[in-house]
Design a binder for this molecule. Structure first.
Ligand code: ZN
Length: 260
């Protein structure tokens, strides 16, 4: 049973009876790794303080293929992201990112870019002025890396080019149509194919494309209006819910407590 060593972020913890826990990590080398941590709740355990949710460290475990639960043997803390933990809103969003990765990724699919996105987003989460914009950035980047990239430049039904200039104009405003079911924008001719498609402002669509191309350290230069925030939140959370086929608890919590 070879011992494996890899960078890892704690994305889920589940307490069992006695002093054991099931701890799920996201790693660059093995994707999601679910482990059994024996005796870890005991105050005598060397690991008891280091396995907090969102901690980044070096994980040691006995790897066995096709096994649901791997056996955790060590975890050396590298970053605890303390700047997030002192702020209720930031830690709640941090838990949401971890829950999203846990919901979409499956064991054994290595994706180092997703690990890097999660780790760097936690580093930025402590200081960013616009936490919801960072959340939208994380969502679109994560969806792209996980293979669920929404179609934002072409019609998701007929593949014709869709731009802000081709948006539907009414007397008061122009709008674009985003269909969760079709996986992205619909052109004006195809909009009737999904009567539940969201109508969003061309500016919100442009913002989403900007976020998709942006880097974390450029995010502070991007400004979003209240309307952009509202529309992107709605579109992305519906898109995520459709693909995860479940309600993410932390997202519901953000909606009910932080966005009152
Ligand atoms: Zn079309």
């Amino acid at each position: 049973m070879p011992v494996q060593k890899t960078h890892a972020i704690v994305i889920r913890t589940f307490s069992l009876r006695e002093s054991h826990k099931i701890i799920t990590f996201y790693t660059p080398d093995f994707g999601k790794v679910k482990t059994m941590a024996y005796g870890v709740k005991s105050p005598k355990s060397k690991l008891s303080g280091s396995l907090e949710l969102l901690n980044h460290g070096m994980l040691l475990f006995n790897y066995r293929e096709n096994r649901d639960l791997q056996n955790l043997t060590g975890f050396e803390l590298i970053e605890g992201f303390d700047g997030i933990r002192t702020d209720f809103a930031r830690i709640t969003y941090g838990c949401y990112f971890a829950e999203l990765v846990d919901a979409i990724e499956s064991e054994g699919d290595a994706n180092p870019e997703i690990f890097d996105l999660l780790r760097r987003t936690y580093q930025f989460l402590a200081d960013t002025d616009d936490v919801p914009l960072l959340a939208r950035f994380f969502e679109i980047k994560f969806l792209d890396l996980a293979g669920y990239a929404p179609q934002l430049s072409q019609c998701a039904n007929c593949s014709s080019v869709v731009t802000a200039a081709s948006a539907k104009r009414t007397q008061s405003a122009s709008m674009m149509f985003f269909s969760v079911r079709h996986g992205g924008l619909l052109c004006e001719d195809c909009q009737h194919r999904d009567t539940s498609a969201f109508s969003i402002a061309p500016g919100s669509c442009e913002l989403l494309k900007t976020l998709r191309k942006s880097e974390l350290d450029k995010l502070s230069r991007i400004r979003a209006s209240t309307r952009n925030h509202r529309e992107l939140k709605l579109v992305l959370s519906s898109f995520i819910q459709y693909h995860t086929e479940r309600n993410l608890k932390s997202l519901k919590f953000i909606e009910s407590v932080l966005e009152m």
